[in-house]
Design a protein around this ligand. Sequence first.
Ligand code: UDP
Ligand code: MG
Length: 323
Amino acid sequence: MHSKKTLEVILPIFNEKQNLPILIQELDKAKAKLGDRADVRFLFINDGSADGSKEILDALFRARRDIRVVHLVHNFGHAAALACGIENFRGDIAVIMDADLQDSPDALVDMFNAWEKGATTVVAERASRTERTRLFFDLFYKILHKMAPNLPPIKFGTHCLLDASVVTRLRQYTERNRYLPGLVSLASGKIVALPVDRQSRKHGKSQVGVYGLINLAITAIVSFSSRPVRLVSIFGLCASAFSLAFGVCIMGIKVFSSYAIPGWASMMTLSAFGSGVQLLCIGIIGEYVARIYEETKQRPLYLVDEILELSQNQQLKQPRQVA
Ligand code: UDP
Ligand code: MG
């Protein structure tokens, strides 16, 4: 039997005023279910909320002893907020989940059970999605797993349990373009996948949004695979071979026959198609170049305004950033 371990739940918060009270209720229920088996704590990363979430978190911190809060200077995005949570996590077990109740707080108990049986990484596999974005996700995972065969073919997002040893390894990935499920896969040994139904958002609308999702999908593919660029090269090679053969044919017709080829329209279509493909290829390469540029700038992923934690028995005001 383990001695009582500290389990810290990492929760990124961006304008979740309406979800926070019910989230706390649900988390407390899960905590009660675990009872004496673990010392459950919560680490809230306030990612620049401007809707009163900050005040709710401040009040929570004053009222309870099992909460730590990190206020970021402004909004840095979901991935950066999670990076901050991973960096500031303290304990034996980390659980990462969204605060909008899409990631079921009930899964906490099942994940902990798996950890007790020896698992060091437990992920919530997306069993079903009630969202309209389901088709998008199915297509995304299909492409990602084709392009990045080194990633395990499990459909999971950021909802997971990580043993402290995995968190330590995860901290060594300091890249700016972060696809967390991919990084978790790289930092983990065996991954245990628990089927968990992903719920609909309780209140408010997605903060990440469609554009954010597309951006994340491109980040995932670009940061875990060079295959798209390889495909561009292969395609370029094929197109060159084709035009060479085409040119030879045209010359042959010109030299050996008196037949003038009609078809301005077909030529134009072909050339328009050619330019379209070229632009697409440049775009694909551009995605890589843009990300190289972001990495070379070495900007901090996030900036901390204030950390609220009890151990110091006072509010600390110390800027911290990713190494
Ligand atoms: N979030 C955040 N910063 C952001 C956007 C979102 O910390 O810039 C938090 C948000 O409060 C929620 C989680 O990240 O707890 C997931 O966000 P959201 O529900 O908008 O993403 P989706 O579920 O639509 O992918
Ligand atoms: Mg959500």
